[in-house]
Design a binder for this molecule. Structure first.
Ligand SMILES: Cc1ncc(COP(=O)(O)O)c(C=O)c1O
Length: 383
């Protein structure tokens, strides 16, 4: 079945829908049973049956099915945020005494967790750049973590090359695929073992719900990660699950528009006199364009522009002058957002080579000419 059909039909089990179009919000802590025989029957497979609120209700279980279908995975795990999807996966796979490889340009809270928590737990955390990791793997390498494109500076990774080297060393490949979404990237076709999304971003798509998803094709990995989420007591509110499923139904059409707007905006920005360059792999001029083209079927609306050299005060005035781009520390919603993209203190190997300030833009679903007009008038404060 094609993805656009799955987006509409997956995760809508007719029994739990009870005739409604959408799976209702099953709000409960307690599930009651008619007999001890019925209760005992649910104990064997606690992650399959609905038997206690923390372990999930029909609303969350249908969302798990929807995520697994979109990712073409065996099963999925839901967590209360994108960060908890990352930490739960790493907790399950990076045991004390193991070694993990993490990209230098990884989403900063992931770096912080690795540096502050995993290292203290006895995990050897090593940061890397690029995709050539064969010489970095060790006999105890448990995880090769990927994020492509990387946070803020948007470098692409060659996932197949990374996965081949990781598997050669007996390591699992975990990837944060939030930027591409399941619409533009099929993680398991490229050798990824565990696919993570900050569903807070595009999957939810309306800037009103926090959630993380973890999907895998490997039943053993799924059980390890699901059990980790359970022992940590991670639970998803059925209201959030309902909102998430509702957002996902329109993911395909939203992503088409983010892609169209994103490419048009990146090309337009490249021609603006105040812009040094735009970091966005879907641009033909990007050094990573070929890699992007080979691995992904589209691009989202998140990009970073390097301004021509100017002070941070001028850059702040430029941002303040925008009206359709709100200042906000997120992306993936229907609306356009802007934020300075400061890499200082967030990398241990490579510092960014740009002379002017970096500004991250999320290109929303608005009319592209309106967004360009907003940027055009804001660029004037840099004169
Ligand atoms: C690439 C990436 N991964 C994960 C996250 C974390 O998601 P959340 O804010 O839902 O914890 C973010 C948030 O900005 C992100 O940009």
């Amino acid at each position: 079945m094609q993805l656009s059909t799955l987006l509409v039909h997956a995760g809508r089990d007719s029994d739990s829908r009870k005739g409604m179009v959408n799976t209702p919000v099953y709000r409960t802590s307690t599930v009651v049973f008619d007999s001890m025989a019925d209760y005992r029957a649910t104990r064997g497979s606690k992650f399959d049956n609905v038997r206690y609120g923390r372990l999930g209700t029909y609303t969350t279980k249908e969302l798990e099915h929807l995520i697994a279908s979109l990712e073409n995975a065996y099963r999925a795990v839901l967590t209360p945020s994108g960060v908890s999807a990352i930490t739960t996966t790493l907790n399950a796979l990076a045991l004390p005494g193991s070694h993990i490889l993490v990209p230098d340009n990884v989403y900063f809270p992931c770096r912080e967790y690795c540096e502050k928590v995993l290292r203290a737990r006895g995990v050897e955390v090593e940061f890397y750049t690029g995709s050539n990791i064969a010489s970095l793997t060790r006999p105890n390498t448990a995880v090769v973590y990927c994020e492509s494109p990387g946070s803020l500076t948007m470098e692409m990774q060659d996932i197949k090359a990374l996965a081949d080297a990781a598997h050669e060393a007996g390591a699992k490949v975990v990837a944060d695929n939030t930027w591409a979404t399941p619409i533009f990237f099929s993680p398991f076709e490229h050798g990824i073992d565990v696919s993570i999304h900050a569903a807070t971003k595009y999957l939810g798509g309306h800037s009103d719900v926090m959630m993380g998803t973890i999907a895998t094709v490997d039943p053993d990995l799924w059980l390890q990660i699901r059990s980790e989420a359970a022992v940590q007591g991670l639970a998803i509110s059925p209201d959030d699950a309902y909102l998430m499923a509702r957002g996902i139904r329109t993911l395909g059409v939203r992503m088409e528009r983010h892609y169209k707007n994103g490419v048009a905006m990146a090309q337009w920005l490249m021609a603006q006199p105040k812009v040094e360059t735009v970091l966005y792999p879907a641009l033909e001029s990007s050094p990573d364009h070929a890699l992007w083209q080979r691995q992904m079927s589209g691009a989202s609306g998140l990009m970073t522009m390097a301004l021509k050299p100017c002070s941070q005060e001028q850059c702040d005035r430029f941002i303040d002058a925008l009206s359709l781009f709100s200042i906000g520390a997120s992306w993936g919603g229907y609306e356009s957002l802007v934020l300075p993209a400061d890499t200082a203190g967030k990398r241990s190997i490579a510092s960014d080579p740009y002379r002017g300030p970096l500004v991250r833009l999320h290109i929303g679903l608005e009319n592209i000419e309106d967004l360009q007009a907003d940027l055009r008038q804001a660029f004037e404060v840099l004169d």
